[in-house]
Every structure is written in C-alpha cells, then in structure tokens.
Design a protein around this ligand. Structure first.
Ligand code: NAD
Length: 335
C-alpha cells in the first residue's frame, strides 16, 4: 500500500487508519507548501515512529525517484493525495502547482503504466465544478469552467487518469473532496482559522458578508470514503470513475462561526469584507453515487465535528493557543 501526501492532513489520517487495520504502508511526501511546516512535520514524525510505516521524503516531480519507488515496492493499491493545495496561492504563484499537481501526477501514472496497481485512488476536488449557483453538484455536471489554476490542475488530473486508464487498463477513482476539516487539519482553512481566532480573541475577517457556503466534510468521513472506495476498483473497458465526497449539507460561513462560538463557549470578533477573486461562492455535494457504492456517506454534523476539532486544538496548542505545540502529541483525534 502506497500513500502519497502522507504528511498532509488527509494523508496522515488515511495512513493512521490503514496502520490501525494492520496494513504495512509506504508513505511519500516532499514536506512542502504547508501553512504551518511544524504541524506538517509533526504528522510525518508521528507516522515515521509507527512500526508498519516506511516514509520516503521525495518530490513526485522527480521522475526517476517515482519510478524507482514504484518499481522497488510495486504497490497493489495507491492512494495519491500529494498536491499543492491553496486555491488563492495557485493564482499568485502557479509554478509549483504545475510541477507538483501535473508533472508529479504524470510521473505516477507513467510508473503505474509499467507496474499496474489493482487500484489507484487519487484526490480531486469540488473546485472542478467552478461556480454552480446554489445547488448540489453531481458527477455528471459540466466541469469545464474552473476559476483558479488549482481547480484546473485537479480537473486535468481527472482527464489524465481517464486517459491512462483507457490506454493501460489501470483502475482509477478520483475523489472530489468537499472542504475537509478536523483534528490535525490545515491552519489556513476556515474551521482552523475561526477556532484559532476565537480562542485567541482575534478578529475574524469574513468575505462577502459571510454568505459563502461550503459543504464542510469531517475527516473521519473522508477516510471512510477513501478506504471504502479503495476496496472497490471500477471495472470495464476503461475502469475510471470520479465520485463526490461530501455530505450535501452546505453551511454558510457565518453559521460556521456561530457554531465555532458554541463549540468554544466564546464570542467571535467579526469584520466583514467584499468577496475575494479565485474562489467559488457555494459548494454542495450530491453524494448519491458514493452512497450507492458504499452504502453510506459523510454524515458527521458540523457541530459534532467542530466539538472534536476544538478538543484537539486545545490539547495540541495548549491553553495559550500558541501555534507552537507545548504538549506531547500523544492524544489524537478519531472516532
Ligand atoms: P495537505 O497540504 O495537508 O497535504 C498535501 C501533501 O502533499 C503535503 O504534505 C505536501 O508536502 C505534499 N506534496 C505536495 N506536493 C508534493 C510533491 N510534488 N511531491 C510529494 N509530496 C508533495 O493537503 P490535504 O488537505 O491533506 O489534501 C490532500 C489532497 O486532497 C490534495 O490533493 C488536495 O488537493 C485534495 N483536497 C483537499 C481538500 C481539503 O479540504 N483538505 C479539498 C479538496 C481536495
């Protein structure tokens, strides 16, 4: 089993669940692009201490390293989560997105063509849908009008995966994640930012009056989906599919702040700003296909997910809510 992006938020949780089930896991990460490099390194160090885990610090943009990795290990199943992830950052500085998201994925697909896995599950994103109006996105909807380079790379990944599946018969599943949050999450994302600001008594800036809606998806539900799909490779002449991974319950950003106030027991200081470019105003998953495949889908209510996040946040950052952790990494999230 190979997991790329293992030091990342989702990768870390996927690897831990796999190790918990007794799998031996090879993890790859270049340890780049993190808003909080210390948190990223803590995830990686935690995994590297696990007996069933073998970590490779390498860049997928390095073709030789990727080929050697796949050739030496020939993993039966691959979960590809490594990517440059910032939507607005991809507009400001697109080059690393070209290298990591496009060239990196190309190298992985080429290695898979030579040493085909039973199943390659890779991360796509709800951003491939672009502006949808205020309705649920379905996998059959058009996805040809991205509004950031990040979104364009994710859509390109889907098309590349389809081509390599068609050419070499590689079973591939692309998962369109909808705004994932939870313990060990990304500090630049809304849930983390809001809870941190409330805990520290700092101001929260809300764009577009806090009217943006996101289908916030709890990390444990995402791991369930990744591993559930991994066990069921697609079949057919071109064994390729894409699936939404989201609960279909969009929450206004302002409502999220209110829920974060409830979870922390503190009041937020809010400042309103006009909407920034490069991000969509509404995301909502139609998760019917995922539910049909797995018999279940993301279901954790945002209040419950936030409560778990706040418990982790306080434990990890200590009472002073500093970004440098003061306590040990012993306590972890999870169901
Ligand atoms: P993350 O930034 O925490 O993790 C991504 C990891 O990939 C990082 O540790 C980074 O070092 C690694 N990486 C980047 N470029 C690399 C390269 N060239 N070679 C090797 N490693 C590299 O992000 P995440 O939130 O865990 O996201 C995981 C995947 O899910 C990404 O592909 C992302 O685009 C996708 N996704 C995430 C969300 C979300 O809400 N978190 C939503 C939609 C899609």
């Amino acid at each position: 089993m190979l997991v790329t992006g293992a030091a990342g938020f989702i990768g870390f949780h996927v690897v831990r669940r796999l190790l918990g089930r007794g799998h031996a896991v090879h993890g790859v990460d270049a340890l780049v692009g993190a808003a909080d490099p210390a948190l990223q390194r803590h995830r990686w160090q935690q995994l590297c201490r696990e007996p069933g885990f073998r970590g490779y610090e390498l860049d997928l943009a390095d073709a030789d390293a990727v080929h050697k990795l796949i050739q030496d290990g020939t993993p039966a199943r691959i979960v590809h989560l490594a990517a440059r992830v910032g939507v607005r950052e991809s507009v400001r500085e697109p080059e690393p997105y070209l290298e990591g998201n496009l060239r990196g994925f190309l190298h992985l697909l080429e290695a898979c063509a030579k040493h085909p896995p039973e199943h390659l599950v890779y991360a796509s994103s709800s951003s491939v849908y672009g502006e949808t109006g205020r309705r649920a996105s379905h996998e059959g909807d058009r996805a040809d009008a991205p509004v950031s380079f990040y979104a364009a790379t994710k859509r390109a990944n889907e098309l590349m995966a389809h081509a390599w599946s068609s050419l070499y018969g590689i079973p591939v599943s692309g998962l369109r994640f909808f705004t994932v949050y939870g313990p060990w999450g990304r500090p630049e994302m809304a849930v983390y930012r809001f809870v941190r600001a409330i805990e520290r008594g700092e101001e929260i800036t809300l764009y577009d009056g806090g009217r943006m809606r996101r289908d916030f998806t709890y990390i444990d539900d995402v791991v369930d989906a990744v591993l559930g799909v991994l066990e069921q490779p697609p079949v057919g002449a071109t064994p390729a599919r894409v699936l939404n991974v989201g609960g279909g319950r969009p929450v206004q950003v302002l409502e999220l702040v209110r829920a974060a106030e409830a979870a922390t027991g503190k009041t937020a200081k809010i400042r309103l700003q006009p909407g920034p470019a490069g991000d969509v105003v509404h995301t909502e998953a139609d998760a019917g296909a995922l539910r049909a495949l797995l018999g279940r889908g993301p279901a954790t209510p945002v209040e419950e997910g936030l409560a778990r996040f706040v418990a982790w946040y306080r434990d990890y950052h200590g009472e002073a809510a500093e970004l440098t952790p003061r306590r040990s990494l012993r306590r972890q999230s999870g169901k």
